[in-house]
Design a protein around this ligand. Structure first.
Ligand code: BMA
Length: 380
């Protein structure tokens, strides 16, 4: 039998690709599944290749349509899905069937699976209700009373930590999260890896876990308790955990609630454009956050952002030039809330401004087709 000769150059190249991949850092969870390790390494590598585009609830609805399988505003507009699909779990903790945005959790699970099969990245946020004030009937009369945005009490985090009066209730909430996470499986039973970004925008004080609403110690304990509950107690090993703040002006401010390298996989930032100074502020923040992330072998993302009101070329003249300067894994823009009958300013029915095409066409950005070929969940 004649044995096919393999080109030695090819072997050498393959060897270097494999060995360089092995040298890449991995997840904080030492028991992470192999697909999760692969996802981490792929994301780490992709940070140098380009910036992935992500969109919240892209697969669930747009402003004029509601849950049509395969549909996506990003695909409608560009012909391709976003590389990163964002999902939201607020109200899962209450045992509801639908989220605070009326999205069915069963359908979220379906779309997570669909995006995983396509080779896309999944990220999950959690606007959990306020476990303390939601029990107070008077909270119902207040705007945002009992919700994630209810910052009327500074005792909330302490009340759910061990020893707190809502600790058992909070365990039930985490148990519901764990059950949902365990249900996220491929057809062959492989747990689907995803990025989880709870207790987000910590540097702001507009959620019950915000910087002036709890102490740094409590915030840190809340994070560590949550990860230990999911990872160690429930043996869930398909999660990459994202630490996240709202706008910050210094690294010290950014790291104030940081739970630790043994818990966190990604250093992410949320920052919306509210005016002229945005470009410069974003530049400064990404500069120190990405440098710190690389130093700690962590992933990076601009996990929520959005354009300036009235600006038509924000994507190509503000966002892209700034994020392109740094190894930012992805940028994600927030949901297009379902508002049938709503006409956008200017009367356009398009889901994105024209300029989004320039962002899409840029060699610096990555949408699904570009990351599909890398096979981010395999062989790493
Ligand atoms: C917020 C808004 C809310 C929504 C929440 C969770 O920023 O879009 O309307 O309920 O995110 O998706």
């Amino acid at each position: 039998m004649k044995i096919k000769r393999i080109n030695p150059l090819l072997l050498i190249t393959l060897f270097f690709i494999c060995s360089s991949f092995q040298k890449l850092p991995g997840p904080a969870d030492k028991k992470a599944t192999k697909e999760t390790v692969s996802l981490f390494k792929s994301l780490f590598e992709l940070q140098d290749k380009g910036i992935m585009y992500g969109h919240q609830d892209d697969l669930m609805y747009g402003s004029t349509w509601w849950y049509e399988k395969e549909r996506s505003d990003t695909k409608d507009f560009t012909g391709d899905y976003p590389a990163v699909a964002g999902f939201e779990l607020g109200h899962l903790e209450l045992g509801h069937e639908r989220s605070l945005d009326s999205v069915s959790f069963a359908q979220i699970a379906e779309q997570i699976k669909a995006h995983y099969k396509r080779g896309g990245v999944i990220t999950i946020s959690w606007h959990a209700d306020n476990p303390l004030t939601m029990q107070d009937p008077a909270s119902k009369s207040r705007r945002q009373g009992g919700t994630a945005w209810d910052v009327s009490s500074k005792e909330v985090v302490a009340s759910i930590l061990p020893g707190g009066k809502n600790h058992e209730m909070f365990n039930t909430w985490l148990e519901r999260l764990a059950t949902f996470f365990k249900s996220l499986k491929d057809d062959d039973g492989t747990p689907i890896p995803f990025i989880f970004r709870p207790y987000h925008e910590h540097s702001g004080s507009f959620f019950w876990w915000g910087t002036n609403i709890c102490t740094d110690r409590e915030y840190n304990d809340l994070w560590r308790y949550t990860v230990r509950f999911l990872r160690d107690k429930n043996d869930i090993h398909n999660i990459l955990y994202a630490y996240n703040t709202d706008r910050v002006t210094s690294l010290e401010q950014y790291m104030r609630g940081y739970p630790g390298d043994d818990i966190i996989d990604m250093l992410s930032l949320d920052m919306y454009d509210r005016g002229e100074v945005f470009g410069k502020e974003l530049d400064t923040a990404l500069n120190f956050i990405t440098a710190e992330a690389l130093k700690r072998n962590k992933l990076t993302a601009l996990s929520e952002t959005g354009g300036r009101r009235g600006m038509t070329d924000w994507w190509s003249t503000v966002l892209l030039p700034t994020v392109s300067k740094y190894p930012v894994g992805y940028v994600l823009t927030w949901r297009h809330a379902f508002r049938p009958g709503f006409i956008r300013p200017g009367g356009s029915s398009q889901p994105f401004p024209e300029d989004f095409i320039n962002f899409y066409n840029s060699p610096g950005t990555l949408f699904l087709k570009e990351i599909e070929v890398v096979n981010i969940y395999k062989n790493k």
